[in-house]
Design a protein around this ligand. Structure first.
Ligand code: SF4
Length: 399
């Protein structure tokens, strides 16, 4: 997976945003994009399908013409054996008919960030002058639907939305939104989430999130109108692995996620590390694609303290966590920001993306098993097929 930052700039200013450089309007050069993909294709390390996510700023703040030129250049370089699937994660406010034409022509996966109905969305997703962005985001979603562009949404769950699964579902259904992903408002970079504030009188965050997701998942299925709930549908094939092989975790493998900023700087592992700084690891950068080959960057990565400490964290997970076989060692970025060390284990990522979904799936499976023993033999479990929302399954927690 390749995450490319076309620009660090974002046209809005969400209260939970941790991207430090969101006023910077610099745009990645076409020559940097060309250099990046010529290195990727020449490396021989690619899998048959590469997902390219244009993100880490507002990608639609860069003109449509930029992407037409970049996509065409990548297409000219692409070996026949490799499929390139482009994907955007956008706040949706700039979507118009011209963007929709680009999305359809290039079969772009589109993810729109919307936090649910107006009262939830406008609390955090604001313009620089502090106004809510709900109307413009919804206009973008309606434009996608009017033009027949498939899309999914990512909603950041806050303290309030965890108690509103039915309201969220009603909103999605009323707007024809049928592919849904949730992120949790996390503490990352300079942002401190209030979701994790101690709540001695009430249920734990894990219990509240489990109640939310159980209710949302069951009601969404019952509606017959929701095709994909990422937290469950992507956990299913990790939980039910017919060959028993361990789950692959591209956030812990060197360069399995290649994250490139608008100046050509390269990082790997959790995408949110790109652009942040830390006293032990500096800027997390492994090189610059304009000056080093991918092979050189790979060597730097393998020799880095970053890699060493992330692997120590994976080993600790493998030794001590019951969920390791479905998780593969978690999200290094969360480990560092929440626990202060890559060489650590449990984080909010574990609770919310691994443990709770796994528990809910096993809970449902046990109920099914009981009904099979009482009635008929077991049917074959068939997880949902891949959808455009697969791209949103990126192990990124970016909102
Ligand atoms: S769930 Fe958390 S503690 Fe368990 S393997 Fe994953 S990252 Fe490690």
């Amino acid at each position: 997976m390749v995450v490319v930052q076309p620009t660090a700039f974002c046209n809005i200013n969400c209260t939970y945003c941790y991207l430090p450089d969101r006023n910077n309007k610099h745009v990645i050069a076409q020559s940097t994009v060309a250099r990046l993909f010529s290195e990727i294709f020449a490396s021989g390390w690619t899998c048959p399908e590469i997902t390219v996510v244009w993100h880490a700023g507002e990608p639609l703040a860069v003109p449509v013409a930029f992407y037409r030129e970049a996509f065409a250049a990548i297409e000219r370089m692409r070996p026949q054996s490799v499929i390139v699937k482009h994907s955007f994660q956008t706040n949706g406010m700039l979507i118009d008919a011209e963007w929709c034409r680009l999305f359809l022509e290039w079969n772009v996966g589109v993810g729109v960030s919307i936090d649910g109905p107006r009262e939830l969305h406008d609390r955090h997703r604001k313009t620089r002058s502090g106004k809510g962005t709900f109307d413009k985001t919804l206009a973008g979603i309606r434009c996608l639907r009017a033009n027949g562009v498939p899309f999914h949404v990512i909603s950041v769950l806050s303290r309030d939305s965890l108690s509103m699964p039915d309201e969220l579902l009603d909103f999605y259904l009323s707007e024809g939104i049928d592919q849904i992903c949730f992120n949790i408002e996390e503490s990352e970079g300079d942002h401190v989430s209030d979701l994790f504030a101690p709540n001695p009188e009430g249920p734990s965050l894990r219990a509240r999130y489990a109640a939310f997701l159980r209710r949302f998942w069951h009601q969404a299925r019952a509606s017959g109108q929701v095709k994909f709930v990422r937290e469950i549908d992507l956990a299913l094939p990790r939980v039910f692995r017919p060959d028993g092989s361990p789950t692959r975790n591209i956030q812990t493998e060197p360069l399995a996620m290649l994250n490139v900023d608008s100046h050509g700087n390269v990082s790997s592992f959790s995408p949110e590390l790109l652009g942040l700084k830390n006293k032990d690891y500096g800027d997390f950068l492994l090189g610059n694609i304009n000056r080093q080959s991918l092979a050189e960057i790979h060597r730097t990565c393998i020799d880095s303290a970053l890699h060493r400490d992330i692997q120590a964290g994976v080993q600790a997970c493998s030794a001590g966590c019951d969920y390791f076989s479905v998780c593969g060692g978690g999200a290094p970025g969360n480990k560092l920001f929440e626990n202060g060390s890559f060489a650590s284990t449990t984080t909010s990522y574990c609770l919310l993306t691994q443990m709770v979904p796994t528990d809910l799936i096993l809970e449902a499976y046990e109920r099914l098993e009981q009904s099979w023993t009482e009635n008929d033999p077991a049917p074959i479990v068939q997880p949902n097929s891949q959808t455009t929302a697969e791209a949103a399954a990126l192990p990124t927690r970016m909102p």
